[in-house]
Design a protein around this ligand. Structure first.
Ligand SMILES: [Fe+2]
Ligand SMILES: [Fe+2]
Length: 373
């Protein structure tokens, strides 16, 4: 008996948790990595490649392997797409919503069977789960768009992407073996290392989408908290059915703000098919500058015209037309136009995920030169 009591007093081996130490180390390493990456990306450094949808230039990839590999942007995969004259893009669907700024050209979309027209200067939106395809019916003019999808969605456990139809003129990779269905139509391909790729609709995903539509219950006034959640499904489904998918440039107006001349295209108050992005176009007058500010959300710009530079936390980063500028979280920034004769213009995307966490808003630090109330 005495021996057992003694044994209980023996010290137990203690396993130490290293969660906080590991988190601190990982975050510090990521910060160092992000700090080593360029703030300005040049168009010539990323070639256009042929994919199933269009010719695309993937400025910042969206796969886990692409994270902080080229630019200090984490919540936005950013690409550019060319639609040749007369081209039909790939038809597909993904859970990630997508935002497109039309740089040049004109065309239309078919989204879940509905047609939406767009032209240069517009923002075109693809809501989550929307079956979409771009068309450039113009026989002489190409269309080009700058677009983003969010890698954050891959962490949510609901991501999927289906290819329903390839773009016009698409051919499978030269080393792949085509796979045909019973009706002799191409339904996929297999690469020499055994990777199989299947085209077509995933029935599990399709059933999930159908089920959400079929199980909508109309509740006029929720009786309790649970019913508020049931009503949310109905609100989301109705929102999807009625929301505009294109924000026309001509419908948005310029505002002379403390940050400078800005045309807000997508904001939390806009009626449009996006929930996780904000977007605006900004113009810097010849020889002029924007205001100076700072926010938690990262931000990416595509320079549409002109040349100039940004000051990020006191460091100068030069840019010119066609470049992409990356502003990491919580960096104080101000934009300058170095051309004394011509205005500079850029389009900006900002993810709204930060706002959902209570890290939205702007610390305004200095007015744009010439701003008056
Ligand atoms: Fe897409
Ligand atoms: Fe900003």
């Amino acid at each position: 008996m005495e021996q057992i009591v003694e044994r209980r007093r023996e010290p137990e081996p203690v396993a130490f948790s290293r969660v906080i130490e590991e988190t601190q180390r990982r975050v510090a390493q990521e910060a160092d990595k992000a700090a080593s990456l360029p703030r300005v990306l040049k168009a010539a450094d990323t070639p256009f490649t042929m994919g199933m949808q269009a010719f695309s230039k993937h400025w910042i990839g969206g796969a886990p392997k692409d994270r902080l590999s080229k630019a200090p942007i984490r919540t936005m995969a950013i690409s550019e797409q060319i639609m040749d004259p007369g081209m039909r893009g790939g038809r597909h669907r993904h859970v990630r919503e997508a935002i497109f700024y039309i740089i040049e050209g004109e065309g239309y979309e078919i989204h879940d069977g509905k047609k939406y027209e767009w032209s240069a200067g517009d923002i075109m939106t693809v809501p989550s789960y929307c079956d979409h395809q771009h068309f450039n019916p113009n026989p002489r003019q190409r269309a080009r768009m700058w677009y983003s999808i969010s890698p954050v969605v891959e962490f949510l456990g609901v991501h999927w992407m289906e290819q329903i139809e390839m773009k016009s003129g698409y051919s499978i990779p030269p080393d792949a073996r085509p796979v045909y269905g019973p009706d002799k139509r191409l339904i996929g391909y297999e690469t020499p290392d055994g990777q199989k790729f299947n085209m077509g609709v995933n029935q599990t995903i399709q059933q999930r989408i159908n089920s959400r539509l079929e199980n909508v219950v109309h509740i006029e006034k929720p009786r309790d908290t649970y019913q508020k959640y049931v009503k949310l499904l109905e609100q989301e489904v109705r929102w999807r059915e009625s929301v505009p998918h294109v924000i026309r440039n001509s419908d948005a107006s310029w505002e002379d703000t403390q940050m400078g001349r800005i045309k807000f295209m997508v904001t939390p108050h806009s009626n449009c098919g996006l929930k996780t992005y904000d977007a605006f176009i900004q113009e810097i007058p010849p020889g002029g500058a924007s205001g100076k500010h700072r926010h938690m959300a990262e931000e990416a710009h595509k320079i549409l015209q002109g040349k100039g530079y940004d000051i990020h936390d006191g460091v100068r980063h030069d840019w010119e037309a066609e470049d992409m500028v990356c502003i990491p979280p919580y960096v104080t920034h101000q934009h300058f136009n170095s051309d004394p004769k011509h205005a500079a213009r850029f389009v900006a995307y900002q993810p709204r995920w930060y706002t959902f966490m209570g890290h939205g808003g702007i610390e305004h630090l200095a007015n744009a030169p010439g701003y008056s109330e």
